[in-house]
Design a protein. Structure first.
Lengths: 762, 128
């Protein structure tokens, strides 16, 4: 229907319920066609939907729904894309209702089970005169169990069956259904069975116990599964409901949704900052731990960025809002975590393949079990055959298989988010645990990324007319550097400002990536950069070469300043090493990982930083565009490489690495850049991410192993393979208990990840 | 072997064959194409009740798709729908319609319940 796009009318599809025949759809169609404003209507019985083209000026989808309802059929508009909050609330509500109903159903089934067992064991049940009536009594006890407590197993199994599908309900329904129907037949037609030499044996308490235990398992599982999404709930709950905004000089409390960029909001001590913005006035400590995992509150002053949903501790702040709604850091985190939880880990493929065929295969095994017991089992053959087949159906647990991976991924990505470690999904988790080499892009990861000038050295024979002192050299360099975006440039510009020099203008600016910058300042040709730049411009370092060596040996970066083709001096800039870098590198080494430092700095500066933090392998003087090649080279050595960078300047290298780790602070995080995002600039986050990934994969493997072994071992035992040799077999009630424990244990094992704490981090 | 044993064996064999035929062979659904609505969004209503109907959906590649999942049951097995290729895991409220939107490139994609037992397929095809 390509014409629909250009048509002046609008069209909508409304699901219609209750239509059973062509007459029904015709009636709805007629009603719609007669409505004013409707250009055309098409009601499809197969898809249970009405597609209506209408004039939006005359009628609306809501009114069309009314029209359909007036014909006696049900109609509702599809929900708009619901917000995460609404969905979670709906899910909570449904789960609470389900838990309540499961509790009652379990209670009824358990009481009936106890009563049926007591009756069955009573001496009267063996006496010839009373055995029949007691069976009737047991039968009556079972009616609420199969008719109400376990009814949903049968109805759900039937719906799945109609779609050629089979699930856990199918197994329970067939298992308990067979036992119940056989028992009912024996109860109602005992004479007929007796005449054919069949003992009137009933399995009522078995039916009740299976249903009670499976319900108990479902109850525990539902409760545990509710907890797997706890982290995302907490994140969503961080958003305040209202903001106190300053409008026309007056304070006004408005709902969060009404907040706009540019608004100024007041945040009192103890209040939550409503959205991302910049402090306009006031100083306070802000607790960002809920988003970044950073335990110490951070002092915010005018000009500092603040993140929505973080907690203002002690001072009043006036914040100019910059981002609201879906653009905020919190929203992006929530989105990322939700996507991560919707993703599939490659390791799940095996479980998926098994799940897809599981139930029909178990049904087949149960049939074969029945036949084998019937043909070669002890007498009475039909009783043993029935019980064994039912036991096979009941012990099989497809849920454990299906829950093994997703629950672990959900809990782990949620826990990661709480620690400020965002992992993009199952695949990222799986690759993170396999890492053997961690490459740090030095600036901003190992070091603070905010270099500062340490010393300035003038060349001995410098032209004192042009450059009377160090401040003038810095000012000349700063004029050119002001046009560059390199972190070292900022240090030079800041130093010039600090020395009180008037800002100079530069003409003919030219940037040579990875080497330096050039420009004309106050009539002088100024070049600022590293030794590679000197080499390129054919400038002799002269006596300053030794100075540069010394500066570099101390771990500073020598910035060469050449004026009019001669080296005029060296500005030593150092980017301080982060306090936790050394601990992070040490922790990675203890975990068996090799660390590599990648930097554009020259060999000596790089070596000095590497020494300070304990990194052994250094790749220095790597131009930004070569970072990618270095990662490739490491990969060609057969390594699984994680690349840690800021995600802004090194996005290609991050993408090339097996796992790209984007490290940022606050609002500046490049959240989508890597497979892993660290919400704060702490290298220990890398350790936490890899530890979490390893723990998660361990839990997943345990889950899969348990789920597989449970079924692979449990089903044959239930079928009776141990009976010929050891006389050992399971009862259906034992099978039901094992099955309930199996799926609950998988979810509980995944929930252990909630308590994950990266060692070495407070 | 007694007559009863022979009968049970043959019946059992037939039952095994039937189970495997019914669930693995007969269950293969027919692909249903989504309809294009105003704005070029391809929509289709998917009934969720013990399974997905239709379970095989044909759409045009590189154009937005909206699946309106109508979950007409409270069976928790189908309470979530997962489209792993699009990073979507959504809760489907019982007896309600929940839309799920995405834009597929050409290819075959799977959608499953939260545990991967109930399955459906989306076939996105390039049109000349």
């Amino acid at each position: 229907m390509p014409g629909a796009v250009t048509s002046p009318t609008e069209s909508c599809t409304i699901p219609v319920t209750g239509m059973t025949c062509a007459a029904c759809s015709a009636r709805v169609q007629r009603a719609l066609e007669r409505t004013t404003g409707v250009a055309s209507a098409n009601v499809n019985l197969m898809t249970d939907a009405a597609t209506v083209a209408y004039d939006p000026g005359v009628t609306s989808p809501e009114r069309l729904v009314e029209t359909i309802r007036a014909t006696g059929y049900g109609a509702e508009l599809p929900l708009p894309e619901a917000s995460s909050e609404d969905l979670l609330d709906a899910q909570d509500e449904a789960r609470a209702t389900e838990l309540r109903s499961l509790q009652w159903k379990f209670a009824v089934a358990a009481v009936a089970g106890v009563a049926a067992m007591a009756l069955g064991m009573a001496p009267a049940a063996m006496a010839p005169g009373t055995a029949g009536p007691i069976r009737y009594l047991q039968f009556a006890l079972m009616l609420p169990v199969v008719g109400w407590a376990g009814r949903h197993f049968y109805t759900r199994a039937w719906s799945a069956f109609r779609h050629h599908g089979a699930d856990m309900n199918t197994l329970i329904a067939v298992g308990t259904g067979a036992a119940f129907l056989f028992s009912a037949a024996v109860t109602l037609f005992d004479d007929w069975f007796a005449a054919r030499g069949v003992e009137p044996h009933v399995y009522y308490e078995t039916v009740a116990w299976i249903i009670a235990l499976v319900l108990l398992g479902n109850l525990l599982e539902a409760r545990a599964r509710g907890q797997t999404s706890g982290a995302i709930r907490r994140l969503i709950g961080l958003r305040p409901a209202t903001a106190r905004v300053l409008r026309a000089g007056r304070e006004e409390t408005i709902p969060l949704a009404a907040l706009r960029p540019g608004d100024e909001v007041l945040v009192r001590p103890g209040e939550t900052i409503p959205a991302d913005g910049v402090v306009a006035d006031g100083t306070s400590n802000v607790d960002e731990s809920m988003l970044t995992g950073e335990p110490t509150p951070i002092t915010k002053r005018p000009g500092d960025t603040v993140i929505g949903a973080t907690l203002n501790r002690n001072g009043a702040l006036r914040v100019r809002i910059e981002r609201v709604g879906g653009e905020t850091v919190l929203s992006r985190i929530i989105r990322l975590v939700q996507q991560a939880q919707g993703s599939k880990a490659p390791i799940q493929r095996l479980a998926d393949r098994i799940s897809a065929v599981f139930v029909p295969v178990v049904l087949s095994i149960a049939i074969v079990t029945f036949v084998v017991w019937f043909d070669v089992g002890p007498a009475p053959p039909y009783l043993h055959a029935l019980v064994s087949a039912v036991t096979v159906l009941i012990i099989a647990c497809p849920c454990a298989m299906g829950l093994a991976v997703p629950t672990a991924v959900m809990v782990s990505t949620g826990r990661g988010a709480e620690l400020g470690v965002l992992i993009k999904g199952g695949e990222a988790l799986e690759r993170s645990q396999a890492i053997d080499t961690v490459v740090f892009d030095k600036t901003g990861t190992i070091t603070e990324g905010h270099p500062a000038v340490q010393t300035v050295v003038l060349a001995p024979g410098v032209d004192r007319g042009a450059i009377p002192d160090e401040a003038r050299l810095v000012a000349l360099a700063a004029a050119v550097e002001a046009l560059s975006e390199h972190p070292l440039s900022e240090a030079v510009v800041a130093e010039s400002r600090r020395l009180g020099a008037a800002a100079l203008g530069a003409a003919g600016f030219e940037s040579r990536t990875g080497r330096g910058v050039l420009g004309t300042v106050a009539g002088h040709r100024v070049a600022v950069g590293n030794t590679a730049l000197l080499l390129e411009l054919d400038i002799e370092p002269g006596p300053l070469a030794k100075v540069a060596d010394g500066v570099a040996a101390d771990g500073y970066t020598p910035v060469h300043v050449a004026v009019d083709g001669r080296l005029a001096g060296i500005i030593a800039v150092a980017d301080p090493v982060k306090p936790t870098s050394r601990r992070a590198v040490e922790a990675l080494r203890r975990m068996g990982l090799e660390t590599v430092m990648l930097t554009g700095d020259d060999q000596r500066t790089a070596a000095s930083v590497a020494r300070a933090v304990g990194i052994e392998r250094v790749l220095a003087q790597v131009l930004p565009e070569r970072k990618l090649d270095e990662i490739r080279r490491l990969q060609s050595e057969g390594r699984v490489v994680a690349m840690v960078g800021d995600g802004l300047n090194d996005a290609p290298a991050l993408a090339q690495a097996d796992v790209g780790v984007a490290m940022g602070t606050g609002t500046d995080v490049a959240i989508d850049a890597g497979a892993v995002t660290l919400m704060r600039g702490d290298p220990l986050g890398v350790v936490a991410a890899i530890r979490l990934a390893r723990r998660t994969l361990r839990v997943i493997r345990q889950n899969l192993f348990w789920a597989l072994v449970y079924n692979v071992v449990g089903i044959p035992i239930a079928a009776g393979v141990l009976y010929p040799a050891f006389g050992l077999r399971l009862t259906p009630a034992m099978a039901a208990a094992a099955m309930a424990v199996s799926s609950v244990s998988v979810v509980s094992n995944s929930l252990r990840l909630r308590r994950f704490t990266p060692k070495g981090q407070p | 072997m007694t007559t009863a044993q022979i009968a049970v064996t043959l019946l059992g064999l037939a039952a095994v064959l039937w189970v495997n035929w019914y669930f693995f062979v007969a269950g293969r659904g027919v692909a249903v194409a989504a309809t294009v609505q105003a704005g070029g969004v391809q929509c289709i209503r998917v009934e969720v009740k013990g399974g997905y109907a239709p379970a095989v959906i044909r759409v045009r590649a590189d154009a937005p798709v909206r699946l309106d999942f109508h979950r007409d049951e409270s069976n928790p097995c189908t309470e979530e729908v997962v489209l792993p290729d699009f990073g979507i895991r959504t809760y489907l409220a019982a007896h309600r319609t929940t839309p799920v939107s995405f834009t597929p490139a050409a290819g075959t994609y799977e959608f499953t319940c939260g545990m991967g037992m109930v399955r459906g397929t989306i076939i996105a095809e390039q049109h000349g």
